[in-house]
Design a protein around this ligand. Structure first.
Ligand SMILES: *Cc1c(COP(=O)(O)O)cnc(C)c1O
Length: 570
């Protein structure tokens, strides 16, 4: 009771996200989008920002990944007990789909900061006695199933989420939609304002619309038209509650089909992309809107290895809640930075040995690559010319890979398989490990435990990227295509290295695979391998610059202060 009163004392920011990754025990995320949401919430807790988060409770998680002997990915349900981590709340919301009533309940998770702040995270689900049997499974899997299931989940998130907040008596100052999945909440808000005004007509007045838009913030993460969530109107007509007339819906969400990004943007006063370049690309894609850019970040304490935490605590006390202090990383000696890195590397190599039986050599330059195995990320690009790679790298390089492909993405699974099969071809010359089941736990050991963080997506598809920020924080320099956040963080040879042409030098609509590949091999051979082996002080300088010139800025504390001053308080 008392706790609930604290939540409703002041106005809150309601943060809606289809996936939220807080830790590996709560498997309700698939990759960067969810981890960003979790990190956002953690920084809000540290900074005492009054925020409440809303997402879905996936009882079978995303999936656990397993490889067969040919390197093909198989998926398994995750068996976890929500009751162990979350507290079921008494509040219910009612929605209707396919003309059936469905009850929604909410589970509470409290994100507590050592600085004293606390953020409630509401996980919604429909597994309630009394609901139709099929409806009880709507929230089983994240991104599972077809368009119909996806639309139903987005109705639960957007409309159900807004109603649960109302049932709990939250007073909401802003609704922040983290990507288009939550956009249906704008329809619920339209309805709520119409009811408040005692207006029963079907015609939404400009007053209604302005009132809703004033309250909404929309963050887009998708740099290409094909990436936006869309639903055909006949499906929408069949499933959606009939509160909003189709003609009105089409006005906001597009004539052809329901475009969740259009809907969210049309009803939000503040819209942003997730890096400067992504802001520009979104602006070109949606010329009718004003699109800002707030670059993503990572939660510093969560992603810092215990070895670096110890160092930072000693030399830069207060860094975790004021990461700008990392700008003074040069007060730490080279030896201490290097030793902390070697500690993280040794721990990770021990983990690799336990998981795979492979013992990597801690003396070798170790290149890491781990993220969702989406084809645009081109995980196998570096193996395009094996002879060249063996020529420069035998006895000098080794690789660790990780990452899951979406269950329906066979092309992504093929990329994984090709990488795993590559290991055989290089056996005895260059070691390569592909770790199973990449998640937040493994990421926290993985990223600090390698020497160089490789990232070679097709431009402009990496709207921001965040794993490279985790690397930088741990003194692991980035070797990356100039896309997303790296355009802002990259200083050649100082904070890390670029792969391929500069952003102003390329068209976004071709892959530049040849130029990227040539540059990647060339720089590895001429610059990176020699620096690592022949100029230790020079290497540690780049490590420190990654911390002092990248990590001090690319974090969710800085990001959240920007959301507050630029999007939330107005
Ligand atoms: C940080 C993180 C990501 C994001 O990686 P990108 O390289 O930015 O795509 C994906 N998965 C997990 C488990 C992460 O921790």
């Amino acid at each position: 009771m008392e706790r609930r009163n604290i939540y409703i004392q002041n106005q809150h920011i309601a943060y809606f996200s289809m996936e939220i990754g807080l830790n590996a025990d709560i498997p309700t995320y698939s990759g960067g989008l969810g981890v960003l949401a979790g990190d956002t919430i953690k920084s809000a807790a540290d900074l005492n920002i009054p925020l409440v988060a809303v997402t879905l409770l996936y009882r079978k998680g995303y999936f656990r990944q397993e490889f067969d002997p040919t390197g093909w990915q198989h998926e398994h349900d995750i068996d976890w007990k929500p009751e162990r981590y979350l507290q079921l709340l008494p509040h219910k919301a009612l929605i209707s789909m396919e003309q059936r009533d469905i009850k929604i309940q909410a589970w509470l998770y409290r994100v507590k900061s050592p600085a004293g702040g606390e953020i409630p995270v509401l996980f919604l689900d429909t597994d309630i006695p009394g609901n139709d049997d099929q409806d009880r499974h709507l929230t089983d899997h994240l991104y599972g199933g077809d368009q119909t299931l996806r639309l139903k989940q987005e109705i639960i998130l957007g409309i159900g989420g807004a109603r649960i907040l109302q049932a709990m008596n939250f007073s909401i100052k802003k609704y922040h939609m983290n990507e288009g999945h939550a956009s249906l909440l704008t329809l619920e808000l339209l309805n709520q304002t119409r009811q408040n005004l005692g207006d029963n007509s079907d015609d939404f007045s400009s007053t209604n619309i302005r009132e809703v838009a004033e309250k909404c913030v929309f963050t887009t993460h998708t740099p290409v038209p094909a990436g936006h969530d869309r639903f055909p109107y006949d499906l929408v007509e069949k499933i959606m509650p009939r509160d909003i007339p189709l003609a009105t819906l089409k006005k906001f969400a597009g004539e052809e089909d329901l475009n969740m990004t259009m809907l969210g943007m049309n009803l939000s006063r503040f819209i942003n992309g997730v890096a400067k370049r992504h802001g520009q690309i979104s602006q070109d894609m949606f010329p009718g809107f004003q699109i800002h850019a707030i670059t993503n970040g990572i939660h510093p304490y969560t992603w810092c290895s215990p070895f670096m935490v110890r160092l930072f605590n000693r030399y830069l006390p207060g860094w975790a809640n004021e990461p700008e202090l990392l700008v003074r990383v040069d007060t730490i000696s080279d030896d201490e930075i290097w030793d902390a890195h070697c500690g993280a590397k040794a721990l990770f190599f021990q983990y690799i040995h336990e998981q795979t039986g492979t013992q990597l050599d801690p003396e070798l330059l170790t290149i890491g690559f781990a993220r969702r195995a989406a084809t645009y990320k081109r995980g196998d690009l570096i193996f395009s010319n094996i002879e060249r790679l063996l020529d420069m790298g035998a006895g000098k390089l080794q690789f660790v890979f990780g990452g899951k492909a979406h269950p329906q993405d066979n092309e992504g699974k093929k990329v994984i398989q090709r990488i795993i099969q590559q290991a055989e071809k290089m056996r005895g010359k260059i070691a390569l490990v592909y770790l199973e089941n990449y998640n937040m736990d493994t990421a926290a050991q993985f990223i600090p435990g390698v020497d160089l963080w490789l990232n070679n997506p097709m431009r402009p598809l990496e709207a921001s990227g965040t794993s490279g920020m985790k690397a930088a924080l741990n003194g692991v320099p980035n070797f990356s295509v100039l896309d997303g956040w790296w355009i802002e963080g990259h200083i050649e040879g100082v904070t890390g290295w670029a792969i391929g042409p500069a952003p102003h030098d390329v068209k976004d609509d071709s892959s530049h695979a040849d130029r990227d590949l040539e540059d990647m091999y060339d720089k590895l051979e001429r610059v990176i391998i020699p620096l690592y082996y022949d100029n230790h002080p020079g290497w540690v300088r780049v490590m420190k610059n990654a911390i002092g010139k990248n990590a001090y800025y690319f974090n969710t504390h800085v990001m959240m202060r920007r959301y507050v001053t630029e999007a939330y308080i107005h």
